[in-house]
Structure formats: structure tokens, C-alpha cells
Design a protein around this ligand. Sequence first.
Ligand code: ADP
Length: 368
Amino acid sequence: GNFVPPIRNNGGSTSNMTSRVIGKNDDSMGDSTRKCLEMLCGPDGELPEKLRNLEPRLIEHVSNEIMDKDPNVRWDDIAGLEHAKKCVTEMVIWPLLRPDIFRGCRSPGRGLLLFGPPGTGKTMIGKAIAGEAKATFFYISASSLTSKWIGEGEKLVRALFGVACCRQPAVIFVDEIDSLLSQRKSDGEHESSRRLKTQFLIEMEGFDSGNDQILLIGTSCVKKMKISSVICINEQQTDLKNWMKQHGGDLQNVYIFPFLHQARAWIIRNLLEKDGLFKLTEEETNIVCKLTEGYSGSDMKNLVKDASMGPLREALQQGVGITKLNKEDMRPVMLKDFETALQEVRPSVSSSELGTYEEWNRQFGSLA
Ligand code: ADP
């Protein structure tokens, strides 16, 4: 009774793989899974080729957890990074919006590598690319593929590219892609990570940059490398570069700079203004910016959060309970709140690490 015929079942009732037609009475599939698959079916009611013979639960996972139809980030939400925005607009947004113009000599690369310290806006850039190009955004971290999806990573990658193919234009964002690709072919290399890497290569080969509108964005956080060893960094880069070259398209590197003074000021103003709490003078804002040299975007966000607690803590010290506190009685956020917050929130990237990024950029980056 448990015999499963070795021939694909197009009705899909006994196999736990997807087939051409989604079986209406397939009990092995929950309602939400069936709904998800139905939404991916073409006008003929059939599941696209790319999605056949995959496990429905993986397609569902990609659709619900990895895919973001409306990433909701625009260029204006991103402080600074003017050079990166300009490069990325020309390299990838225009081609996604006007594939008819970006052919032949102008044909774009298929991949983009954003590198720079953590918390500086790489993920935001990825989302903004999708937002500006009206593309579907898929986010996956390479480390989750190797840790959470042990043994299933390559199946998930297949499902990921399959769904992306049906949701074009699409941006596939692989955070810390270097950790996936740099693993060298050696005896010690884990069999499953080798298979994972191969699956990525197969998928990359499988889409045709002339017709498919899928962009792969990888991020690289060189911090994880032995930062004292430039040779090690070079090897990593060569690995990535070869990989992209072999698989159609130049690797385009965009260095995401650590934060400049104006960008830090922008974040302070922007975050506080949203809550009507910004009352610092220009001079005070400048003082905070001088004190936050080397802070990344996410460090600044944490600093503003901490500073915005200052007025609340002060009001509570006067004996009013949190439930009785009148919001209007709280004072705005002041310079002293930032000074206190600065004791708590330290920059996450050290200046010596920043030096390594800059060195890397000089050798390989968009401003080299
Ligand atoms: P990365 O991908 O480089 O590690 P993220 O893009 O995930 O960094 O940034 C983390 C958070 O820090 C963002 O959600 C945002 O709140 C803040 N942030 C980082 N960079 C910027 C920026 N350039 N402009 C505005 N906010 C930023």
C-alpha cells in the first residue's frame, strides 16, 4: 500500500513533490500550501516548469518567509552613500526598468557585491533597489543556509530561484555570500556546503541575463576574515570574482562607506522628527556628529533610541508612574541625552577594521 511508483505523478496526490497540476484533493498538502502554489500557477492553471518536482513546503517557505513583495525602502530613506546609490542606479536599476535598452554593449552584470562594515545600509540598498525597480525582493542569509537548512540548503536554493523566476523582476539578496562561496574545495569541505555551492552555480547558469530579470546581490562583510591578512582577503575576492565571471557577468563591487558627518546628522534628525522629538540646534547636532566619528548607520539608530529614552527616564524619576505619565509633559530630546547615550552605545566597527575595508576598496572597489 505504501508503494510509490517510480514515475512522476502528474496528478500530484501521492507524491510529496509538486507536479504540473496541483491536485485539488491532495490531502498531503495544507490549505495555505495549496493556496500558495495556486498563486504561482500560470493562466493555464499549471505550475511553471521551474517549480515542478520541488517540495511544496519549501516553495511555501520561500513565498512566506523569504519573499517580500513590497520591501518599502526608497533611496530617500537611506542616509549618505551617494556614490553607492549612483553606481547602483546605473548598474542595476535602469537595466531592470528598461531591459530593452540595456542589451549588447550595455547588457548589465548579473551580480552585484556590496561590501562594507556591518550596519551601514547594505540590506537597505538591496531593498531600495527592489523598491525603485518595482521588483520582488528575496532575502536569505548564507549562514542560515548552512546552519538552519543543513542538508536541505540546495533544495531551498532551487525553490528560491524557481519562485524568483515566476516573480520577475526579482532581486535575490544573499547576505554574507562570501561565507558560502569562499569555502574552498578541500578534503575538509563539508559535502553539503559543496552541494549548496554547486546548486547556486547551476541556478545562476540557468537564468538568461538577456531575458530573465533576476539580479543577484551578495554582501560581503570582510570583518569576518582574518583582517590582518590581505592575502586572505585577496583570495576571497578572487574566488567571488571567478565565480561571477564564469557564470556570465562581471562582478560589480560597490563599497558601502562608513558614515560621514552629514549622514549621521541626517539619521539623528530623520529618526527624531518622525516622532516630533527633534529640537536640537544645528550646533548641538554638529557636536553629536563629532562625537560619533566611526559610528555606522545602525549604531546611530541605536544611539538615537537610547537618547530618546532620556526624557522618559527623567520624567519617571520625578515620581510619576509610567501609567499616569502625560506624554505632552515630557521634554524633547536634548544634547545631554546623547551624551549619556554615548556612554552606552559604542561604535561596532573599530577604526583598524575600517582601515581594512578601505584597503579592500582601494584594490577592488567601485572607487578604486
Ligand atoms: P547592513 O546590511 O550593512 O549590515 P542594514 O542595511 O541591515 O546594514 O542596516 C541596519 C539598520 O541600520 C537599518 O535598518 C537602518 O535602521 C540603519 N541604517 C544603516 N545604514 C543606514 C543608512 N545608510 N541610512 C539610514 N539608516 C541606516
